[in-house]
Design a binder for this molecule. Structure first.
Ligand SMILES: Nc1nc2c(ncn2[C@@H]2O[C@H](COP(=O)(O)OP(=O)(O)OP(=O)(O)O)[C@@H](O)[C@H]2O)c(=O)[nH]1
Length: 330
C-alpha cells in the first residue's frame, strides 16, 4: 500500500488570503478562456458531482508566499449563467444565480473588448446591483483583438456602464471596483487580474490543498474543513493527532429541487482517550462548535445546506498502522 499522506496544505501566515470568485458575462465573453489562463494548464479540480453543489469549482489559483507577498488562494467557481429572462422560469433562475453569487467574495464581470456594450451587459449589471457591498470587477477580455485607441474608448464605455447600472444608493457606490483589460489568449494582464482579485479576498487560512486532487475532491476538502475546525484552539496540543474521514456524503432524498440538503457523515479520529475528551469538550460543547464551524465552511464551499453528523473515535496510532489506514479507506 502507498504511504499514506494527508493532503498538503500550503504554509501560511496571518495575512494569507483565500476566497471564492465567480465570473459572469454574456455567452462567449471569454469566461472559460480566462479561467484556464488564470489556473494554468491543469485545472485543479472539476467537480464530478454537480448535483450536490450549486457551485462547480473550475480551478484554483495558488499563489505561493514570497518575501514580499503573502500567499493566497483564489477559488474560481461557476454559477449557472446569468441571462436575460424571457420567461418566469428565467427570472427564477436569475434569482438563484444572485443567491449563489451572494456566497462568493468577488464577482468578475467579463465584457469583451471588441463588442459594443449592449443590453445583455446592462441587464447583467442591473442584476448585480442586488449584491450590495460585493466587489464587482469588470474584466475587459480579448484586448488583443483591437487597437489601443479603441480599447481606451471601450474602457470608458464600461466605466460608464458601471456608474449607470451598478452604482447607486445602497449599491456599489462607484460602479466597478476595478476595470482591468486582459487578453487570456495573448497572456497579457492575466497576473494583474489575479492580483486584483486576490486583494479582494478575505484573510483566511488556505481552503484547499496544493497540488492535484483526487477523484473525490469534495470529500477531501470537506474532511479538511472539519479537521481545521477540530484543530481550532488546540493546534498546539494535538497538531498531528487528528484525521478526518468521510463515511458518506449524499444528497438527502425527497427534497424539493430548490431546497437541497446534503448529508455528510464524518468521523474525527484521534489517538488517545484524552484527546477524544478534548475534542468532545464539556457535555459535547466543543464538538458542537466544531460541527457548526465546519458546517458553515462546507455550506460555503459546496453552496448547499448541509446536515453534518460527526463522530469522534479513538483509532490508536492511526498514522503508523497501515492496516488501520486501510480500514479507514485510505
Ligand atoms: N482573441 C481572443 N479570443 C478570445 C480570448 N478569450 C476568449 N476568446 C475566444 O472567445 C470565444 C469565447 O470564449 P469562451 O472562453 O468560451 O467564452 P465563455 O464566456 O466561457 O462562453 P460561454 O461558455 O458561452 O459562456 C472563444 O472562441 C475563445 O477562443 C482572448 O483573450 N483573445
Amino acid at each position: 500500500m502507498n504511504e499514506f499522506e494527508l493532503p498538503e496544505f500550503p504554509e501560511y501566515t496571518e495575512d494569507y488570503r483565500a476566497g471564492f470568485v465567480s465570473f459572469v458575462g454574456r455567452p462567449n465573453a471569454g469566461k472559460s478562456t480566462l479561467t484556464n489562463a488564470l489556473v494554468g494548464e491543469k485545472v485543479a479540480i472539476t467537480s464530478s458531482k454537480p448535483q450536490t453543489t450549486r457551485h462547480t469549482i473550475r480551478g484554483i489559483v495558488h499563489r505561493p508566499q514570497t518575501e514580499d507577498t503573502p500567499g493566497a488562494q483564489l477559488v474560481l467557481v461557476d454559477t449557472p449563467g446569468l441571462h436575460r429572462p424571457r420567461t418566469l422560469l428565467g427570472s427564477r433562475l436569475n434569482d438563484l444565480v444572485i443567491d449563489t453569487l451572494s456566497e462568493v467574495d468577488a464577482v468578475g464581470f467579463c465584457i469583451p473588448a471588441d463588442e459594443k456594450v449592449g443590453p445583455g451587459d446592462k441587464f447583467i449589471a442591473g442584476q448585480l446591483t442586488k449584491l450590495p457591498h460585493k466587489p464587482v470587477v469588470a474584466l475587459v477580455t480579448k484586448t488583443d483583438k483591437l487597437p489601443k485607441k479603441e480599447l481606451a474608448e471601450q474602457l470608458m464605455a464600461i466605466d460608464q456602464l458601471g456608474r449607470e447600472h451598478l452604482a447607486g444608493e445602497g449599491k456599489q457606490a462607484d460602479g466597478f471596483a476595478a476595470i482591468i483589460p486582459v487578453s487570456a489568449v495573448a497572456g497579457e494582464q492575466v497576473d494583474v487580474v489575479a492580483d486584483e482579485l486576490i486583494a479582494m479576498m478575505p484573510t483566511s487560512p488556505p481552503l484547499y490543498p496544493t497540488g492535484e486532487l483526487t477523484d473525490e475532491p469534495e470529500q477531501v476538502m470537506v474532511a479538511e474543513l472539519i479537521r481545521e475546525a477540530a484543530l481550532e484552539d488546540v493546534r498546539d496540543e494535538l497538531p498531528h493527532s487528528i484525521a478526518v474521514t468521510i463515511e458518506e456524503m449524499i444528497p438527502r432524498e425527497d427534497r424539493p429541487e430548490d431546497k437541497p440538503l446534503l448529508d455528510v457523515h464524518a468521523t474525527i479520529h484521534v489517538e488517545r482517550d484524552s484527546q477524544k475528551a478534548i475534542i468532545i469538550g464539556r457535555r459535547g460543547s466543543r464538538l458542537k462548535e466544531i460541527g457548526s464551524q465546519a458546517r458553515a465552511g462546507i455550506t460555503k464551499l459546496l453552496g448547499t445546506p448541509v446536515y453534518l453528523d460527526l463522530h469522534v473515535k479513538v483509532t490508536k496510532e492511526w498514522q503508523r498502522d497501515p492496516k488501520k489506514l486501510n480500514r479507514l479507506g485510505f
